[in-house]
Ligand binder design. Structure first.
Ligand code: PGA
Length: 252
């Protein structure tokens, strides 16, 4: 039985005082909902703060990106071991906002996935089609291409060290979430693809849905058999709303 997982992707938002209120409310709001797992991905400067507030609690924290390199002349980048040093358990890899601006490619996401697992981090690997690709009816082709890039780099077994997230680009930040049925179909297709390669892994790997997850659609989405939780952007900026999304996962 896969445990539900809810991940806050706070993107480039927050400040010391607001983060403190958010993290403390999250600790209080999830303590009676221990059936699910919760992760907060904050901008790098706030990792120390996340560690100080969440250390010793069941809530994990992580980065939103990292370099595939361990050290060197990469101005502005952060290495996997730096994230580990600040207690991160997770790191988001291949978010569409980074793919679209050309920072990430299929090849580099595969390399980053591998670098993260080598450092002991759990990558949250994002896949998803654009609106044009959705309208063309090639969601399956796009997501499989993105997933295969990682499998090519680390082998199918390597996926076990991370979490997958299907995030249709047209649903991110638009308020137009995919219907639970659409998300379920894509996740079931992705799980089926993994099943052909490794049936046990397909049963165990967590696959999240992301894209306009809100308090009022979380329960329906998370109740679908293949949706193991959510990657939540905008709604993680509203403390009350995010806590209620976490509680929806914890209730299932
Ligand atoms: P959203 O973002 O919840 O604001 O749509 C999700 C994400 O970008 O991970």
């Amino acid at each position: 039985m896969r445990r539900k997982l809810v991940v806050a992707n706070r993107k480039m938002n927050g400040n010391l005082s607001g983060n403190k209120v958010f993290l403390e409310a999250l600790l209080a709001g999830t303590c009676d909902y221990s059936n699910a797992d919760y992760v907060v991905c904050v901008p790098h400067p706030y990792l120390f703060q996340a560690e100080s507030i969440l250390k010793g609690s069941p809530i994990a924290w992580g980065g939103q990106n990292m370099s595939r390199y361990e050290s060197g002349a990469y101005t502005g980048s952060v290495s996997p071991s730096m994230l580990v040093e600040f207690g991160c358990e997770y790191v988001i890899i291949g978010h569409s906002e980074r793919r679209q601006r050309g920072h990430d490619t299929d090849l580099s996401t595969g390399e980053r996935f591998e670098a993260a697992t080598k450092a002991g981090l759990k990558p949250i690997f994002c896949m998803g089609e654009t609106l044009a690709e959705y309208e063309e009816g090639i969601t399956d082709i796009v997501t499989i291409r993105q997933l295969n890039a990682v499998i090519h780099e680390i082998g199918v077994q390597g996926l076990a060290k991370g979490v997958l997230a299907y995030e249709p680009v047209w649903a991110i930040g638009t308020g137009k979430a995919a219907s639970p049925e659409h998300a379920q179909n894509v996740l079931s297709f992705l799980r089926g693809h993994i099943e052909v390669l490794d049936a046990e892994l397909a049963q165990n790997i967590r696959i999240l849905y992301g894209g306009s997850v809100k308090a009022d659609n979380a329960e329906k989405l998370f109740s679908m058999p293949d949706i193991d939780g959510g990657l939540v952007g905008g709604a993680s900026l509203n403390t009350e709303e995010f806590v209620s999304i976490c509680q929806a996962a914890g209730r299932i």
